[in-house]
Design a protein around this ligand. Structure first.
Ligand code: HPA
Length: 277
């Protein structure tokens, strides 16, 4: 049974038909979601084509600074990929289902492997701004779930999350980082609603819960990907020490500046990942 919901399978199929008409219909070997300040990866795409979020049926327009709000197709390391530069956050007032909807569209476009990235605050005491963290697992601290509602056609009603971040893909990312001489920490991503940053007391709580890096995205996307049976891998760009550790107030400008400075480590890692899929 399908719900025909605004952000369900049928809506995703409609959106994908339009996107494929603009970008071409070659099935991507991977879909890539680019976090705040990480959108520069698309400059490495050959034969790139783009469509603005506002032109995708079913998408609202992206507003946040640092997010151009585009779906971009092209060749990375000679292989067809599709990327989202920008995403929908729940702190913008969007439902969890909308935050996960672009992943339904990527799946409808043929992607079966999803690479997620984000900017995150470092909860682990040793994390400094600029660190890359392989996401080994997440904790959903938004207490919202994009799958709530009628079962969507093709979704798993109760998706297994024990291997949400695919162990085999994690192994490959570790190997790629080693080969590139790129330091890659690993840990647990804690997804919060935002948009306020955490208080120092919340940061201590997150540490006690086993969170290594904290952010305001990713979780709904990964849950939808798992419900669709996609393999997921991901990297957090730790842009700052979490509140109370840094000795100065956090700002979105700091987050954007640092994530742009990790480009020369982040981009070759993703490129090599795609080349070897
Ligand atoms: N907290 C939450 N989200 C973030 C942070 C942070 O410190 N840095 C970048 N995104």
């Amino acid at each position: 049974m399908t719900s025909g919901s605004a952000y369900g399978t049928e809506a995703a199929t409609r959106a994908a038909l339009h996107v494929a008409a603009v970008l071409g219909s070659e099935a991507p070997v991977a879909a890539i979601i680019l976090g705040s300040g990480l959108g520069g990866l698309v400059e490495r795409f050959a034969d790139s084509r783009a469509i603005s979020f506002k032109d995708v049926p079913g998408f609202p327009s992206a507003t946040i600074v640092g997010h151009s709000g585009k779906i971009i197709s092209g060749k990375l390391a000679g292989r067809p990929v599709i990327a989202l530069a920008g995403r929908f956050h729940m702190y913008e007032g969007h439902d969890a289902a909308l935050a996960g909807f672009p992943v339904r569209v990527l799946h409808a476009l043929g992607a079966r492997t999803l690479f997620v990235s984000n900017a995150a605050g470092g909860i682990r005491r040793t994390f400094r701004g600029g660190e890359l963290m392989l996401i080994r697992d997440h904790i959903n601290l938004t207490f919202r779930n994009p799958l709530i509602g009628s079962l969507e056609q093709g979704d798993d009603r109760f998706p297994d999350m024990s291997d949400a971040y695919d162990a085999h893909l994690c192994d490959r990312l570790r190997a790629h980082a080693l080969a590139l001489g790129t330091a890659l920490e690993e840990g647990v991503y804690g997804g919060l609603l935002g948009p306020s940053y955490e208080t120092p007391a919340e940061v201590r709580m997150l540490a006690a819960l086993g969170v290594d890096a904290v952010g305001m995205s990713t979780v709904p996307e990964v849950i939808v990907a798992r419900a669709r049976g996609m393999r997921v891998a991901g990297v957090s760009c730790v842009t700052n020490a979490a509140a109370g550790y840094a000795g100065h107030p956090l700002s979105h400008e700091e987050v954007l500046g640092v994530s742009q400075s990790v480009r020369e480590r982040f981009e070759p890692l993703v490129e090599r990942f795609v080349a070897n899929l």
